[in-house]
Write a protein that binds this ligand. Structure first.
Ligand SMILES: *Cc1c(COP(=O)(O)O)cnc(C)c1O
Length: 429
């Protein structure tokens, strides 16, 4: 799919997967708001259903607008194929669905987005999927938790909200020693700042809702396959290697080679679980992707400027941003995100819970809401919102203690973001 890999990142952000519409000449990718697509004839229909020919049948499986977007993100990540989904959480479900059966296990970082911790720890349990959470700061913790039932390791490149940068190369090497793939959630840096496949990740997932779409107006997710994992090296992945009962005996790996995983995610995952991306959201996300490299650089530059300013404020007790030289993850951030450590970070305030809440309430430019990756700067006090169901001890271990304020720095002028935080902190002290 990423046949234009020789072109530069900015060129692919605009062009990968797209070409002028052959019937109308439309230069922008049209929104193909159609549920189904007419077959040329009976042979064409049979070839499409038999997966012998690529094409469009029904928009739960594939859609022309969505296809351009999945090819775009796959190219930016350096993968061979992609599967778009209705949200980031649906992408995580699909990514594991191809690998897991009831009774299987996977090992995941315990420093993930809070929603992922809940999805893995509670809802996936109902499928008979068992997660073992480990502290990712020492990659050896993944090895210790792997057993003969383990089918994957899962981590975030840059973890939200704690600001933890994972040593993807070391974690992927451990997974490969054990004959299982390494899945990386690359939502926070986006492929503009970090490309996990270059460090050995086999599968990358995104909430495109965040930075890739980038404007706070379209939910979405994507699963990208590097095409590098040999599914037949052991007997752990029967759905991909053996005759597939859910597709009249088709052997995905034998038939599709390095596209086996992506074909399975479409032909079985989307077909049977159903979390397809809407054409409208694919269109909005494509428009966002065109400016991804420009936006991410500005997001990261603004975040660094705001983090440095916060460090000098007497009411701020600490700033956890991996782009700051005194941060414990600075060296890893320089390796994995050399152009900038993203735009999401936390800081602590001297006045604890009440002061954190007051700062959020007093901001005028920054919006108080539960999202990240918007053009607009966003602020939230996790202890009173996203993490309020947890005990104080659990909040602290999740990086969301009572004194913590989380920022997602947008694309406004850094001076205006700083001025707003300055007045909000002054009004709260
Ligand atoms: C938001 C988010 C998700 C979940 O994505 P949705 O699009 O909200 O379903 C997963 N991982 C990370 C890192 C996120 O920030």
């Amino acid at each position: 799919m990423s046949n234009k890999a020789q072109q530069g990142f900015s060129t692919r952000a605009i062009h990968a997967g797209a070409s002028p519409d052959p019937s109308t000449g439309a230069r922008g990718t049209p929104i193909h708001q159609s549920t189904a697509f007419v077959f040329d004839d009976a042979d064409h229909a049979a070839a499409l259903f038999g997966l012998e020919q690529a094409g469009f049948i029904y928009s739960r499986l594939t859609n022309p607008t969505v296809s351009v977007f999945q090819e775009r993100v796959a190219s930016l990540e350096g993968g061979v194929g992609g599967t778009c989904t209705s949200s980031g959480h649906a992408a995580q479900l699909l990514a594991l669905f191809a690998l897991m059966s009831s009774g299987d296990e996977f090992v995941a970082s315990n420093k993930l987005y809070g929603g992922s911790i809940t999805q893995f720890g509670h809802s996936f349990k109902k499928f008979g999927w068992k997660v073992n959470f480990v502290d990712p700061i020492d990659p050896q913790n993944f090895r210790k938790a792997i057993n003969e039932k383990t089918k994957a390791v899962f981590t975030e490149s840059l973890a939200n909200p704690g600001g933890v940068v994972c040593d993807i190369e070391a974690i992927a090497a451990i997974a490969h020693d054990e004959g299982i793939p390494c899945i990386v959630d690359n939502t926070l840096p986006s492929p503009a700042l970090c490309r996990p496949i270059e460090f050995g990740a086999d599968i990358v997932v995104h909430s495109t809702t965040k930075f890739i779409s980038g404007h706070g107006n379209a939910m979405g997710g994507v699963v990208v396959d590097s095409g590098n994992f040999d599914w037949s090296q052991n007997d752990k992945f029967p759905d991909l290697v053996e005759s597939c009962g859910a597709y009249h005996g088709l052997k995905f790996y034998e038939t599709f080679g390095n596209m086996a995983y992506t074909m399975f995610c479409h032909a079985i995952g989307l077909r049977d679980l159903g979390p397809a991306m809407s054409p409208m959201n694919a269109y909005l996300s494509l428009t966002g992707a065109e400016t991804l490299p420009l936006r991410m650089q500005k997001h990261a530059d603004n975040a660094l400027e705001v983090a440095q300013w916060l460090q000098g404020n007497s009411n701020v007790t600490w700033v956890s941003y991996a782009g700051l030289p005194d941060n414990e993850f600075y060296t890893l951030a320089k390796k994995y995100c050399p152009s900038g450590a993203g735009a999401v970070f936390t800081f602590g305030v001297a006045g604890g819970y009440d002061m954190g809440l007051s700062i959020v309430s007093n901001c005028k430019l920054l919006s108080h809401l539960a999202n990240i990756g918007d053009t607009r700067s966003l602020i939230i006090h996790p202890a009173s919102t996203t993490h309020r169901q947890l005990t104080e001890e659990q909040q602290i271990s999740a990086g969301a203690g009572p004194d913590v304020v989380r920022l997602s720095i947008g694309l406004e002028d850094a001076a205006d973001i700083i001025a707003d935080l300055d007045q909000a902190i002054a009004a709260s002290s």
